[in-house]
Design a protein around this ligand. Structure first.
Ligand SMILES: Cc1cc2nc3c(=O)[nH]c(=O)nc-3n(C[C@H](O)[C@H](O)[C@H](O)COP(=O)(O)OP(=O)(O)OC[C@H]3O[C@@H](n4cnc5c(N)ncnc54)[C@H](O)[C@@H]3O)c2cc1C
Length: 605
């Protein structure tokens, strides 16, 4: 209840502050006539959809229409420190999805459910994410190819990353062969070092890690990651790809348009879509193809609503099955994460919340686009480590994010309740961190073994789907997190952090696990099942696979099985989640998808 009062106040304050720092220009959007006919309809303007639409419209003879459910992004989306602005429930820029009660995890969450952010705005999740730009490593993509997806190996997709990038960061010289300056997407290094940065780096070095460019071939190591910012402002995929091209007469973007169904004719060809705008049902038709880029939750939902999916599930909801495709919505993968083991410190200042509120921070951002407002709030850097989950020591299986803020820095008013922790947990654990200086280390499992699903709640397209990541259903993920905790305890105890910052671990036991011996494996396993949650990286729900794989949904050319003129191009097609953050690989999927379509319709790049 309280949250419904606090969240709008926080969002209102961020909008006001951001408006004083940023000048926004609106996207050029259109209002279509009923039954508009174009060549390609792209559903969704997120990380992949923006790329696909912009690349297809390079052919002046093709008419491309983007239908986006959300509207114009707000000013707070542009200031990196406010990256989490839409994470809180009740934001109009978010689908406000809740994941289904978990059987094996989320034991300290209300109803064992948790909030699951997805951007409902032009730019999609690329307009609300943390802007970290990491591509995925050789093994990620070579494995996709080994699974039968010809053309998706690292050497084949690497040129697409080069095509995307306008690199302005610190690695331009040393790692020149991995970067390019000719693409539309601005990638910058973080424009501000936190007072914690030197200790973060020294701790990594002390453990024998190397300072690396995460976008080179060496991922294991540490650094402050590069961001998708342009002169210190967020550059979403749609800022980079769509906005500069909306002057093209053959590229149109209609916002506020919630697609409810793909229209499929008797010959099993996708010929258009139905959508709701201003409360009215409308249609648009495609001469060539319909492309679903609605993300790993909404693309499978749309296939199911259109009669493409497991026939039993469709029949249960009174939907006539057009193609019986058992993989639709299955195979859901996410980087299950522990958000915040916490250390209090006695030296150094630098509480990230306080830092961004100072007049100096505003001045630095307004005049030079640097200072603490120019980086995601509290973000210091990333360690990527191999803990032996993957036998190849050059492959990371955990990602740690070092944040110069504690989970309880806001006294449990915003972050913890929005994530979904119970009031009891917040009172007993989170609030005790309030007013204390410290840092936390977030950790995400990069090679998750658990698999979940996205299924329909009903045939009403306005109902949210049932999202069940089935977290920790495979105990290998608990083992991975346990290993990750053991490693991070050593990290937290390095001379750099212990002596440099006076770091001391906040070792209070959490509710539900207080009966177990402190620091025992049993205690940490219990902690993991009570405290771990989503890494906000859903993927793989429309798996790309060769026809021999019965669980596949799209072919390696991203065509939906059994229906002509229909592709899925977004994070849902990943056969296996990449071992890194998903935005960069998803944009690459957009580039690859667009070039496959161009090839299939004989239009060269
Ligand atoms: C809080 C958060 C932080 C993250 N931080 C990072 C990070 O720092 N770095 C990183 O690499 N990754 C990050 N990610 C993940 C990454 O941003 C996403 O995985 C990626 O953006 C997904 O891209 P997509 O194209 O598949 O989907 P999206 O970008 O979500 O695009 C889908 C689009 O389709 C639209 N849509 C959906 N349904 C319909 C419909 N029925 N009709 C019309 N339009 C529709 C949506 O509104 C949206 O615009 C983060 C994710 C979250 C939630």
């Amino acid at each position: 209840m309280l949250q419904h009062l606090i969240n709008p106040l926080v969002l209102g304050a961020l909008t006001a502050l951001a408006s004083s720092l940023i000048t926004m220009t609106a996207y050029r959007t259109v209002t279509l006539e009923q039954d508009q006919v174009v060549d390609f309809i792209v559903v969704g303007s997120g990380s992949a959809g923006s790329v696909v639409a912009s690349r297809l419209s390079e052919n002046p003879n093709w008419e491309v229409l983007v239908l986006e459910a959300g509207g114009q992004p707000p000013p707070e989306s542009k200031v990196p420190a406010f990256a989490a602005y839409a994470i809180g429930a009740d934001s109009e820029y978010n689908y406000n999805y809740i994941i289904a009660p978990q059987r094996h995890a989320l034991l300290n969450f209300r109803n064992q459910e948790s909030f699951f952010p997805r951007g409902k705005v032009i730019g999609g999740t690329s307009a609300i994410n943390y802007m970290i730009f990491i591509r995925g490593n050789r093994k990620d993509f070579d494995t996709w190819a080994e699974m039968g997806n010809t053309g998706w190996d690292y050497d084949s997709i690497m040129p697409l990353y080069m095509k995307m990038e306008n690199y302005k960061g610190k690695h331009a010289k040393k790692y020149a062969k991995y970067h390019s300056q000719t693409g539309p997407l601005s990638v910058e290094s973080m424009r501000w070092d936190s007072p914690f940065t030197k200790y973060f780096k020294a701790a990594g070095k002390e453990l024998g890690l190397e300072e690396v460019d995460f976008n080179s071939e060496k991922h294991v190591g540490y650094n402050a990651p590069d961001l998708t910012t342009n002169n210190g402002e967020r550059q979403s995929a749609s800022d980079a790809y769509l906005k500069p091209n909306l002057h093209r007469s053959n590229l149109r973007l209609q916002a506020g348009s919630l697609v409810t169904k793909v229209i499929i004719d008797r010959n099993l060809r996708a010929i258009g879509v139905e959508y709701i705008r201003d409360g009215k049902m409308r249609r648009a038709f495609a001469r060539k193809e319909v492309i679903l880029s609605a993300g790993a939750i909404d693309s499978p939902k749309l296939l199911l609503l259109s009669g493409i999916g497991p026939k039993q599930q469709l029949r249960t909801h009174g939907i006539h099955p057009i193609v019986d495709l058992k993989g639709v919505g299955q195979n859901l993968q996410d980087h299950v994460a522990l958000p915040g083991l916490t250390w209090f410190i006695t030296k150094n200042s630098g509480n990230a919340v306080q830092l961004i509120l100072t007049p100096e921070a505003r001045r630095a951002y307004r005049t030079k686009r640097n200072g603490p407002l120019s980086v995601p709030m509290g973000f210091v850097g990333i360690y990527m480590v191999n803990l032996g989950v993957d036998p190849d020591p050059s492959v990371q299986d955990v990602q740690y994010r070092f944040l110069s803020v504690t989970l309880g820095a806001d006294f449990g008013l915003v972050v913890a309740p929005n994530y979904g922790y119970t009031d009891e947990l917040i009172r007993d654990y989170v609030k005790k961190q309030g007013g204390r200086r410290g840092f936390m280390i977030f950790m995400g499992v990069m090679r998750p073994a658990s698999r979940g699903s996205v299924t329909l709640r009903s045939k009403n397209p306005l109902d949210p789907p049932v999202i069940d990541p089935n977290f920790l259903s495979n105990s290998a993920d608990v083992d991975s997190l346990l290993k990750s905790i053991r490693y991070v305890m050593v990290l937290g105890n390095t001379t750099a952090l212990r002596e440099g910052l006076g770091a001391k671990f906040f070792d209070q036991k959490v509710l539900g696990c207080k009966h177990l011996a402190h620091d025992s494996d049993d205690y940490w396993r219990c902690y993991i099942r009570h405290m771990a949650g989503s890494g906000a990286h859903p993927s793989s729900t429309c798996k790309m696979a060769p026809s021999s794989d019965p669980d596949g949904v799209v072919s390696p050319r991203l065509k939906v099985r059994g229906v002509a003129g229909l592709r899925v191009i977004d994070a849902s097609i990943m056969p296996l989640i990449t071992g890194t953050n998903l935005a960069a690989p998803t944009m690459m999927i957009g580039e690859k998808g667009a070039s496959l379509i161009k090839e299939d319709w004989s239009y060269g790049d």
